[in-house]
Each structure stands twice: as C-alpha cells, then as structure tokens.
Design a protein around this ligand. Structure first.
Ligand code: HPA
Length: 272
C-alpha cells in the first residue's frame, strides 16, 4: 500500500464499456457464490484481466469478473472472485480494485465468503454475519505504509448500521442469520483440529481464508464494510469434521441461493 495507485486506466476501460453512472455498493463474492449475477439487470461484465490494477485469480470457483448493473433498481458492482492472500502472498492484492470502485463513487462494500463453523449448531448451508474478526497471522496489508493514516481504527470495522440492515433483511426474507467472530487463517492448508480448539478458546465462531486483509484495506480507504459467510462445513475436528475444498465449493454453490435472497432483500433496504 506504499505507491499511490492510479485508478484512471481502469476507469477508462469501464467508461468505454458503457459504465457512465456512479455505483454506491460493491459486493465481493466468495468461492462458489456466483449466482447473484443472474439478478443483475443491464449488466456490464468486464474480466479482471482487462482492468488495470484488478487481481489475477487462480482458484476454481472464482472466475475473476466485474459485473456492474442494477440489483432491484440499485446500482451495484459485483466482484466475482477475489484474490486470496494464499494465492500470491500479497495481502494488498485487492487494493487496486477497491481504489477503482472508490473512484466510481462506491462507499460501501459487502464481502461474502465461505467459512467453517466452530459453533456445532451452525450447520452447513446456513449464513452468518461477521461482527468482528481475529487476525493473529502477523500479516497486515498496511505493513510498510507510511504516514499516520496507516493507524486505522478497527473498532466497528464491521459497520453496525449495515449489520442492522442485514439482520432486518434476513427477517424480511424469512432467513436465519447467525452473527459471530471470524478468525482468519491464511490457508491454503485447512486448519488443524488443535488450531480450531485454539480459535474457539480465543472467542472465534467461524474460520476462513479470506476477507480480513480486504476489510483492513477497505477501512483504510474509508469504505463502510459488512461481511457475510456461508457456512460450508464444520471446522476441522468439530464433530470429527475433515474439511476439504470440494465440499466447500459444493455447499457454497447451494448456499448461494440463500445469500442471493438475503442480498436482494438487503439492497431493497438501502437508500439511494
Ligand atoms: N477453514 C478455512 N476456510 C474455510 C473453511 C474452513 O473450514 N471452510 C470454508 N472456507
């Protein structure tokens, strides 16, 4: 996050593809959570490869495409696919994309991800709102940045107002929405059962391999942030669980039906 990033080349590409109106909300879709795209009207779709500063994605289930259009009448951008820290060892990989969206007028980001549940009664296929996170990886996307703006507050990093709206949206669409603390592990190996026991002792309710560096970056850039998880599995060792990526992808795809409904209901509650 040291060099200033110039969003103009990517904005030029978007303008040339017909993106002329501002966008307020960005939704970042996690592994397998791609069905939401079907609800976007007047969609302009641009591959990340065509957008300077956007990340290269390499995980199956992450196509790497920006979709801009209307969701229930609201202008939104969807990032289908994210760069995970474990792909490159770069915690700042999403910075260029966020800077471009910011320049497009975006002030709110909703992250989504697939996560493993430490709570035994949070079943695969259910959804959880992230209230806070734990990062003991030693990694931070702002490492090396100069200036006082690097001292970003992480109190209420997961915006209370957005969380309230997401809970209302869940009620309105008749869906269950857990809420808890997400602990970031870098992956790509899954956690050991001993690490999950530690995470539980530390106060985590769910674990995953994404979102936390992006939330720090997004807070640094001044976005309001919310994050939602689709629980794809019990975390390692919980009830004898042995998570694997195949299971994560399959359950995430079925879980995205619920997520699609929830986000649809949420977007209707937002003011323009
Ligand atoms: N651990 C880490 N990341 C994950 C998991 C998990 O159990 N499930 C989905 N993403």
């Amino acid at each position: 996050m040291n060099e200033p990033f110039d969003p103009r080349p990517a904005l030029e590409v978007l303008r040339a593809r017909g993106v002329t109106e501002p966008v307020r909300l960005l939704i970042v879709l996690g592994t397998g959570l791609i069905r939401l795209e079907e609800d976007i009207r007047d969609a302009v779709k641009v591959a990340y490869a065509d957008l300077p500063g956007f990340p290269a994605t390499s995980v199956s289930g992450h196509p790497g495409q920006l979709v801009i259009g209307r969701l229930h009448g609201r202008r939104v951008a969807l990032m289908q696919g994210r760069a995970h820290y474990y792909e490159t060892g770069d915690a700042c990989a999403m910075r260029g994309a966020f800077a471009v969206l910011k320049a497009l007028g975006c002030d709110t980001i909703v992250m989504t991800n697939a996560a493993g549940a430490i709570r035994p009664d949070w079943y695969p296929g259910s959804m959880a709102l992230i209230a806070d996170h734990i990062n003991i990886t030693g990694i931070n996307p702002l490492l090396g940045e100069q200036g006082d703006e690097r001292f970003v507050s992480m109190v209420d990093a997961y915006d209370p107002r957005l969380r309230r709206k997401l809970k209302l949206a869940a009620q309105a669409s008749g869906q269950q929405l857990h809420e808890g603390v997400y602990m970031w592990f870098t992956g790509p190996s899954f956690e050991t059962p001993a690490e999950i026991r530690m995470a539980k002792l530390f106060g985590a309710d769910l674990v995953g391999m994404s979102t936390v560096p992006e939330v720090i970056l997004a807070r640094r850039l001044g976005f309001d942030v919310a994050a939602l998880s689709v629980i794809t599995n019990q975390a390692a060792g919980i009830g004898g669980a042995r998570p694997d990526h195949g299971e994560t992808k399959t359950v995430a795809i079925s879980g995205s039906v619920a997520l699609r409904r929830l986000l649809g209901s949420f977007v209707k509650l937002l003011e323009e």
